[in-house]
Design a protein around this ligand. Sequence first.
Ligand SMILES: C[S@@+](CC[C@H](N)C(=O)[O-])C[C@H]1O[C@@H](n2cnc3c(N)ncnc32)[C@H](O)[C@@H]1O
Length: 232
Amino acid sequence: MDGLVEERVEIGQRQLVLLRPADPAGLIDEDEFGDDEFLPYWAELWPSGLALARHVGGLDLAGKHVLELGCGLGLPSLAAALGGARVLATDWAPEAVELVAQNAAANGLDVRATVLSWDSPQAARAGLFDLVLAADVLYEERNASPLIRLLEETVAPLGGALFADPGRRHAAAFFDGVRAAGWSIEQIVVDGLPAGGIVRLRRDETGETSSECGLPRRQRVSGQTFGEVALD
Ligand SMILES: C[S@@+](CC[C@H](N)C(=O)[O-])C[C@H]1O[C@@H](n2cnc3c(N)ncnc32)[C@H](O)[C@@H]1O
């Protein structure tokens, strides 16, 4: 990919090298916007991504299976890999996925990356993960239902999710939907997100959620390996 600049980001004791597009606005393609209102939001490092990466960097994730949704530049995925997790970073933008893989390799980290759109049928086959991460993905109302469905489908029994949000207008409705589906919600105040924060979502002890929001609850396949189902 051309037109990249290099940035250095502190995550705990480590300094990560992050290549990112120098001019995200220059990546706007009017045809792509016409198709699905696609804007190259993946190309910026948003405050939520940085805050989530710093939070994740303080967790012991050795041996855990972690999925990131809407990863963009994927800094939380890199931080999870630093903590020993087996990570799958996903985004609907192929360029983002390509750059996450490149940045992981540049930092000596093992991160798998693949294209995944939240409402694609493929998403239900992602597998089960101990922890699902997402930063600044709640900015459009239409994404709430697909994201709740994806949580139901990808978070393992007794697993959880961390959503970082800067205070987007549609975040509250999303969290109401998650609560209605039977998840417990805990707000974590962090530096860098004064109008929002990080929200920890947990299934109840049995891993069951009530699905009051009308979304189908997925049958869990006994013996399925967490996060190991290939998406590509
Ligand atoms: C505001 S950016 C946040 C990027 C990154 N998480 C961060 O915080 O720096 C939103 C991200 O969600 C991705 N995204 C938006 N809609 C999506 C969808 N329907 N399926 C998958 N990814 C999507 C975008 O490509 C973009 O990378």
